[in-house]
Design a protein around this ligand. Sequence first.
Ligand SMILES: NC(=O)CCC(=O)C(=O)O
Length: 277
Amino acid sequence: MQRYKVAVCQMIIHQEKEKNLVRAREMIGRAAKRGARLVVLPEMFNCPYVARLFPQYAESYPEGPSLQMLSRTAREEGVYLVGGSLPERDGDQVYNTSFIFAPDGRLLGKHRKMHLFDVELASGLTVKESSTLGAGNQVTVIPSELGDLGVAICYDIRFPELMRLMVLKGARVVVIPAAFNMTTGPAHWELIFRMRAIDNQAYFIGASPARDPMAPYVAYGHSLVVDPWGNVVSMAREGEEIIYAEIDLDLVEKIRSELPLLRHRRTDVYALELLAP
Ligand SMILES: NC(=O)CCC(=O)C(=O)O
């Protein structure tokens, strides 16, 4: 499918997991009725973004209630679903993981956040994901009839090597469930999505939670879709909202053939090497 509609569900995240599942279900249904073939949820969509809470909300595949809801909803609505991310339990470890489902409810793949957000910013914002989470080590590209979808999570976008590796593996659309904050969001959110799209000549889709000024971690909002030329084709404001955009894979090919950045890389001089399996 060369052209299709994507929807990004910028939802408020509540303390109660069940409320988040109901809200996500309802927004996905609404997006599907508007013709979206690909629907995207934000980072940690079932859970407040607070590191110490992640183990408490964590679920295992396939029995976790959030994972059941995502699979069932993808099937009932007939959409490709990038289920934002949620705390995934695997044995003793918890990961920040995005699960991706096909329109028949099958799990197509998953991405475990590779770069953990451990920061102490001058604004007073301190986050230490590594206090409760393990890091993934896979570059995630999901073949689908929507083209190869690259998936990474939030802070991962700051690492251009990972974005480039996804594109070298075939990604033409890169989906990033994310939750930038009120310090880094205004400074970097739009800029970084546009720059990664320009560098890689791919669509970049960012899905944020809606901003809740009373939340312990205040998300920036402004979910967006950037085209391979770096144009912002759709952007949310701060509140709850679904944004839509048309993905045109022919545009990716057109821009890559007019301005052949990927071909012009000097791979005889430098290399980007994938070390993990
Ligand atoms: N949840 C995150 O990874 C936040 C990343 C972030 O805000 C950033 O600026 O990077």
